[in-house]
Design a protein around this ligand. Structure first.
Ligand code: FAD
Length: 400
């Protein structure tokens, strides 16, 4: 049986950024990942066959120069010279089966009359719907902002806490591109972190139980292997963490189990450029449709292909119905939809009062060599995940 200083369950950006901090400090670090790939929501599908060389984001697609903790890691892993500028293309809306510009859908008079409420409304206790409908006007909210926020979160955003939607970051790094991806897509980041010297990663391995005895965490995997460590981190979705902690940390498990989740069914397509009439777009925001958004690859031009990831609501359409919908929206026939790839993502779906849950989680973690990281603390964004990993690692080192 191998003994580690730190074992991390889950190899998304939360787990791998934490692994980076642990390995950098000289700790013997193991990451255990259930699926057969690392990266989690960093999923840059690299096509083979006819479309070889073309990649498409099935999950996260954009980073910003305000992502200070992520940028420091990219710097340390010599990734800054692999950043790619994103083309300046805009999002469009799909209204009654027609592609429209966002400004064409806005009522500017209503916007102007409502905006002053920005200075008086309390955000910390409001939901996205209750806060933004007052600031942009109820009609603008229903027609434009609600679908746009649903697209940002890949889920219905109405009940989401208003103060978790866009987090203020300390500062932008002006010498870095304002928004960027990397060559090969954002998965280049998680690929690099998973290959970091000092970090051992096992994939295709599900942890089924966690126990603590005499200050040692003991993990058992589905195939009956046992691993031990002096510190343990869970970087999985909250329901998985709740299940694993149920036996040894029932109070923590109880709090984690309160966090609702949303499933997103993504279908990505690569289409020959000459088959599409649609002009370049950053993406398409759907209004009252079976999908939230279609995120495009037009932000990084390719000579031969264009790509779109359609993020569908879970359980609404069969695979064939999804392909028909994609064909309708992009105005292409079935013959053009030969390069197709699918993914299922799960994201937390917090509601007002969520900070009470995370406050309780932090209180219950105090004094323990047990770390919890993920996209269910400050927010869903990549930087929120990395910042949580950093603060959890600081808590561990402060207590050692
Ligand atoms: C469609 C989409 C678009 C997005 N776009 C952006 C964007 O442009 N910019 C941005 O900042 N953010 C974006 N986000 C949000 C961001 O990508 C995610 O919040 C973040 O990547 C989550 O990382 P994570 O490591 O916390 O979780 P995940 O990426 O979900 O990783 C968790 C990992 O744990 C593994 N796991 C689960 N159970 C077990 C187990 N029992 N044993 C071992 N392993 C297990 C899973 O397989 C997974 O690999 C987007 C998210 C989605 C879904």
């Amino acid at each position: 049986m191998d003994r580690y200083d730190m074992i991390i369950i889950g190899a998304g950006i939360s787990g791998l950024s934490l692994a980076h901090y642990a390995a950098r400090s000289g700790r013997k670090t193991l990451v255990i990942e259930q699926s057969d790939r690392t990266g989690g929501c960093f999923h840059s599908h690299r096509f083979s066959g006819e479309a070889a060389g073309f990649w498409l984001e099935l999950g996260a697609h954009t980073c910003y120069n305000s992502y200070g903790n992520l940028l420091r890691i990219l710097e340390e892993r010599q990734l800054l010279d692999r950043l790619l500028r994103r083309e300046k293309v805009s999002f469009k809306m799909l209204v009654d089966s027609r592609i429209r510009s966002i400004p064409s859908q806005l009522n500017f008079l209503e916007l102007l009359l409502s905006l002053p409420r920005l200075f008086t409304l309390e955000k910390s206790t409001a939901s996205v719907a209750s806060y933004y409908a007052k600031i942009v006007g109820a009609k603008n909210f229903a027609r434009v902002f609600a679908p746009a926020f649903n697209a940002v979160l890949s889920q219905r955003a109405d009940e989401f806490p208003a103060d978790m939607l866009f987090n203020k970051r300390p500062k932008r790094r002006k010498e870095i591109l304002k928004s960027f991806t990397l060559d090969g897509g954002l998965q280049t980041i998680t690929d690099t972190l998973a290959a970091e010297p000092g970090v051992q990663v096992v994939i295709g391995t599900t942890v089924v139980s966690v126990t603590l005895a005499d200050g040692v965490y003991r993990l058992v995997t589905q195939d009956g292997k046992t691993f031990e460590s002096s510190a343990l981190a869970l970087a999985t979705p909250p329901p998985v963490a709740a299940g694993l902690l149920q036996g040894s940390f029932p109070e923590l498990a109880g709090q984690l189990a309160l966090i609702r989740m949303e499933t997103i069914e993504t279908v990505g397509v690569a289409i020959r450029k000459d088959a599409l009439k649609l002009g370049p777009v950053a993406g398409i925001i759907a209004v009252n449709d079976a999908f939230y958004s279609a995120v495009s690859r037009d932000t990084v031009l390719d000579d031969r292909y264009r790509g779109f990831s359609f993020h569908f609501k879970a359980g609404k359409l069969s695979h064939d119905e999804k392909l028909r919908k994609i064909g309708e929206v992009l105005a292409v026939g079935p013959a053009e939809l030969s390069q197709v790839v699918t993914r299922e993502s799960r994201l937390p779906s917090p509601v007002v009062g969520h900070r009470h849950i995370t406050g309780e989680i932090d209180r219950l973690l105090m004094g323990k060599r047990l770390l919890l990281t993920g996209n269910y603390f400050a927010g869903l964004a990549i930087e929120d995940c990395v910042s949580r990993s950093q603060s959890e690692f600081s808590r561990l080192t402060a207590s050692s």
